[in-house]
Design a protein around this ligand. Structure first.
Ligand code: ZN
Length: 337
């Protein structure tokens, strides 16, 4: 989901007239820019043969230069901790998870109920994402708690997608609603954990109506954004429409969200058994990649659980790019949308 471009203002007083006249907006690097930045930062690091900086660049949209430097540093630390001489793609993958989602909270005690609930919630996002062709492709699903999140469904954006077609936006709303629906159907509860999903789906619907002209109200922009270069003005959106238009906007937003909800609900109800398979596999393995989710939905076997030396399940981490799409998942990354 597209991020708000509102800059983080630490102290609003900084924006008072006379303090700074201009705001210079520095664009985040695009995929080629990120590859160049990665090249610079990995110059003095021995890289494994499997490392493809272009793939890492593709999997790190919205990373700024400093985030990429941090990523390289973390990957090198992970390799060093395992006494390896070279940094491999898996190190980068693990580093990215850490940078994006925070350190795995191994110490947090999670009840079995909580774990089961998280597994179904994330399975809901994953199933609906897999079943709607226009949805952003799934990358992996995990129920390992990180930061504030109990679980996470990650997607693999193709390129630097920041805006959506109407079909894609509608798909993302349905994917966002899927967690709540899974909570309702499989755990018989409405959890607060879905509040972030709902908020983001609503925000996307509002953008569709107010900014992207994707509703019955037509190709109009409602609520001018103050993105003036001159500061000292409120950064808030100001209303440039009537009360009756405001009500129509609310109706359109509600209809878009409801449509996504109904669509996701139909998919989940039609695939109850697949949901159970995905959730059970998550409980067993904690991490599933997109291919495993697809196999489980189709009712295929995904092979035995690989175990590491300590007997704990070894999550299948695949060395490919991936990023949670801001807007669908709970949990905080370095660049919250
Ligand atoms: Zn969710």
């Amino acid at each position: 989901m597209a991020a708000t471009n509102r800059p983080d203002v630490l102290d609003p007083a900084l924006l008072r007239p006379g303090r700074f006249d201009r705001r210079v907006v520095v664009d985040l690097p695009d995929v080629r820019g990120r590859e160049s930045i990665l090249k610079v930062h990995t110059k003095k690091i021995p890289l494994g043969d499997d490392v493809e900086l272009s793939v890492i660049a593709r999997g790190t949209p919205r990373f700024a230069g400093a985030d990429l430097a941090n990523l390289v540093n973390e990957a090198a630390l992970i390799a060093a901790r395992q006494n390896r001489k070279v940094v491999t793609m898996i190190d980068f993958e693990m580093a990215k998870d850490k940078v994006l989602m925070g350190v795995e909270r191994k110490s947090r005690v999670i009840s079995d109920d909580e774990k089961k609930h998280t597994a179904f919630h994330e399975a809901g996002h994953a199933l609906v994402a897999a079943k709607i062709p226009q949805a952003v492709p799934l990358h992996k699903v995990t129920i390992i708690p990180r930061g504030m999140a109990l679980g996470l469904t990650m997607f693999l954006p193709e390129g630097d997608q920041v805006d959506y077609t109407k079909e894609q936006a509608e798909a993302q709303i349905a994917v966002g609603m899927a967690g709540r629906i899974a909570d309702e159907i499989f755990c018989n509860m409405k959890s607060a954990g879905a509040s972030n999903d709902i908020e983001r789906a609503t925000e996307l619907a509002r953008k569709m109506v107010c900014e992207w002209g994707m509703s019955e109200l037509g190709p109009l922009s409602f609520g001018k954004k103050d993105e003036q270069i001159f500061l000292g003005r409120e950064i808030n959106t100001h209303r440039d429409y009537s009360e009756s238009t405001a009500m129509k906007i609310d109706d359109e937003v509600r209809a878009l969200v409801q449509k996504g909800y109904d669509r996701a609900r139909a998919i989940i109800e039609d695939h109850r058994e697949a949901m159970v398979r995905v959730a059970e596999a998550l409980l067993e393995r904690e991490v599933l990649d997109a291919n495993q989710v697809r196999l489980l939905i189709e009712g295929e076997s995904i092979g035995p659980v690989r175990t590491s030396g300590d007997g704990k399940p070894q999550p299948a981490v695949r060395p490919e790019g991936g990023l949670r799409v801001p807007g669908l998942m709970e949990g905080a990354g370095p660049q919250p949308a």
